[in-house]
Design a protein around this ligand. Structure first.
Ligand code: GLC
Length: 674
């Protein structure tokens, strides 16, 4: 029986009932009419399935806790993003979950946002490509996704009501772009609307957003689900093309029935909403027969570790203090509880109950063996890292007596979370003070930071030789940190968000979090490196930065054709060689710079990237194919993407500020305005 036949047999009351959840995690079934229920659960970095035991008590099912999105993003590896999507899809399938509520792909407008650990980047292309890969991976298992939070949910402060005021060009080029890439490339089965208002209208009833852009322009053919409790006027939401209100709301049916009886919503609107919704329900329900019924937790743990190893980012490595050299280092002071009890994720609806947790300390002991004496001291009570120090004297004594000190710090659990933003991007002052005191005792000090988003290290970074940013790398991150420190694995992560020198330097600082009603995105398109590079602002670490234990040489850039019309495909080729003595992976980044434009354009924009694995001495050719989207900006007069004739620079970089190769291409526009 096809969907239209099913719908034709439904009463109006049955149709309206379908358009809101049955409870928190399930949709309504109408068995007698052949309509099944499907189950949704959070992600996005692992399955958080809430179950109820025989006593009616709820509990979270254990699952593999993978690195969170900001760590996955630091890998710049779309293949890994697809693999983790597939793994999470398998865990959903084995637990009878039909949709994972992820990925989250909101742009990181401010480092303060509490949910930045759940999001990918400040750059729309990187965020979009990783989101698309994750969706492809999940949906390859027959499980669905819910791309979220559509859109401009870039702060947790007042998230349920804040009115984000965003000019159309910034909306198109920055905030909608990751969703556009993911929807067009991977066709998510659903999109979750955000809580906030966008330019005055709640996203849940914003027809421009949910229908005109998402459906009519991008061709989205799934259903729109509200964020939990995000619907204010159910009839307006339906008319704006929001199909499913979650969770169950007792007001929903009456609101829809009354609107129907008053002629505010029509049979056609209801039937098309039900059809779009049931298309996915039946697709996912029918997939159940062909989906896996179990998964391999050890295999998924190994994948979590593989991602952690590629995410961990070496930010500073003065005197090549890392990797640890056994011929030189005979004693190490390991300081800080997070060596033993790692911070693996942020707080809120994304919180996974891990099956097991590796820690760095145990693996450090293994790798040190009998060659290196390890002296451990905690530094703070792990649960109260924020405001207490203990055993500093022990830590200082060990640091004094050791060849090297490694300090483990980071964002305490729930310091970065859904529901609220950080109030500072520095480490707690007493932790900063402890770092300075320890570094004063031992010049060979390395700091390992476990956090979900940028940290201001400017008050202490000059006093330490090494900084390893370990992100929130999930249940396998601890052993990965140790293996990077000892050089079993060569670090290859690169930051997907700028690390500013201080929060006051950030482009959103003047207007975040808004005036209590509206948050005006006054910086427009100048988000992240677009701002810092255009206005030559110093930063702590630039977008795309990350060090390696080896070195890479870039050479032989060619651009063909070097003069083209906007329809032409531009081929960019170059060669990259591993000039060091250790295998390594290098993330190469292609930026485009419009050298002169009648419109305001950022200094550079990321348009392509890839990750190359090279043995010592090995070299490979890299090729990127650029289309019109690499050169266009959103012209608000045409209300469309537009390429302006002129010369563009092609910049090949190891980071946004470490440009290794430059070339030019002249692009002829189809229409130039004078
Ligand atoms: C939350 C979150 C959303 C999550 C949903 C279900 O409020 O904003 O990301 O998927 O509710 O828990």
């Amino acid at each position: 029986m096809n969907i239209k036949e099913v719908i034709s047999k439904l009463s109006i009351d049955e149709k309206l009932t379908l358009l809101t959840g049955k409870d928190t995690w399930n949709t309504v079934a109408i068995e007698e009419k052949g309509v099944p229920s499907i189950c949704v659960s959070d992600g996005p970095h692992g399955l958080r399935k809430v179950c109820t035991n025989e006593k009616g008590q709820t509990f979270t099912k254990e699952a593999v806790c993978f690195p969170t999105a900001s760590a996955l993003s630091a890998t710049w590896n779309t293949e890994l993003a697809e693999k983790v999507g597939q793994a999470i899809g398998e865990e959903c399938s084995a637990n009878d979950v039909d949709i994972i509520l992820g990925p989250g792909t909101n742009i990181k407008r401010t480092p303060l946002c509490g949910r930045n650990f759940e999001y990918f980047s400040e750059d729309p292309v990187l965020a979009g490509e990783l989101s698309a890969a994750y969706i492809k991976g999940v949906q390859s298992t027959g499980v669905g996704t819910s791309l979220k939070h559509f859109s401009t949910n870039n702060q947790e402060y007042d998230r349920f009501h804040v009115n984000t005021e965003v000019d159309i060009r910034a909306l198109r080029e920055i905030y909608l772009k990751p969703f556009e890439i993911a929807v067009k490339k991977s066709k998510p089965t659903s999109v979750m609307c955000a809580y906030n208002r966008l330019n005055g209208i709640y996203c849940s009833e914003n027809k421009f957003l949910l229908n005109d852009i998402l459906r009519e322009e991008w061709g989205f053919d799934g259903f729109v689900v509200s964020d939990w409790g995000a619907v204010h006027d159910r009839a307006k939401a339906l008319k704006a093309s929001l199909e499913l209100e979650m969770p169950y709301s007792e007001k929903s049916f009456d609101a829809l029935k009354q609107a129907y009886e008053n002629g505010k919503i029509t049979d056609e609107e209801i039937d098309s909403a039900v059809e779009r919704f049931l298309n996915i329900v039946f697709r996912l329900y029918n997939n159940r027969n062909n989906r896996v019924k179990e998964y391999n937790p050890d295999g998924h743990h190994k994948l979590a570790k593989e991602i952690a190893l590629e995410a961990i980012t070496l930010l500073k490595n003065e005197d090549n203090i890392l990797p640890i050299k056994k011929e030189k280092i005979k004693s190490i002071a390991v300081i800080g509880n997070y060596a033993k009890t790692p911070i693996i994720q942020g707080g809120g609806s994304a919180e996974v109950k891990p099956i097991k947790i590796d820690n760095a300390f145990d693996r450090i002991i293994e790798l040190a063996g009998s060659d290196i004496e390890i002296k451990y001291s905690d530094l703070y009570a792990a649960w109260s890292h924020i405001n207490s120090i203990n055993n500093l004297s022990t830590a200082l004594t060990f640091a004094c007596d050791s060849d090297m000190a490694i300090i483990f710090v980071g964002s305490p659990f729930n310091y970065e979370s859904e529901g609220y933003d950080r109030t500072s991007i520095t480490l707690p002052p007493h932790i900063e003070d402890a770092i300075l005191k320890i570094a004063a005792k031992n010049p060979n000090t390395v700091v390992v930071i476990q956090a979900g988003s940028a940290i201001d290290m400017s008050s202490w970074i000059d006093k330490v030789k090494g900084v390893v940013f370990a992100w929130f790398t999930g249940q396998a991150g601890g052993s990965a940190i140790a293996e990077i420190l000892f050089g079993l694995s060569n670090p290859c992560g690169k930051i997907a968000e700028t690390f500013p020198l201080k929060i006051e330097d950030t482009p959103s600082y003047a207007t975040y979090p808004g005036n209590g009603y509206a948050s005006w995105y006054a910086e427009g398109i100048m988000v992240g490196y677009r701002y810092y590079d255009t206005y030559n602002k110093d930063v702590l670490f630039p977008f795309g930065h990350g060090l390696s234990y080896t070195t890479f040489e870039y050479k032989d850039l060619t651009i063909t054709p070097d003069t083209a019309s906007e329809e032409n495909e531009i081929n960019v080729k170059f060669r990259i060689k591993n000039t060091g003595n250790m295998q390594g992976k290098e993330i190469v980044q292609l930026y485009v710079k419009d050298t002169h434009s009648k419109a305001l354009r950022p200094d550079k924009e990321l348009k392509a990237f890839c990750k190359i694995d090279l043995k010592p001495g090995e070299e490979k050719e890299v090729e990127f194919k650029l289309d019109k989207s690499a050169f266009a900006y959103f012209n608000t007069s045409f209300n469309d993407w537009h390429v302006e004739s002129g010369r563009f620079k092609i910049l090949i970089g190891s980071s946004s500020r470490d440009i290794r190769l430059k070339g030019n291409v002249y692009v002829k526009s189809n229409f130039d305005f004078s």
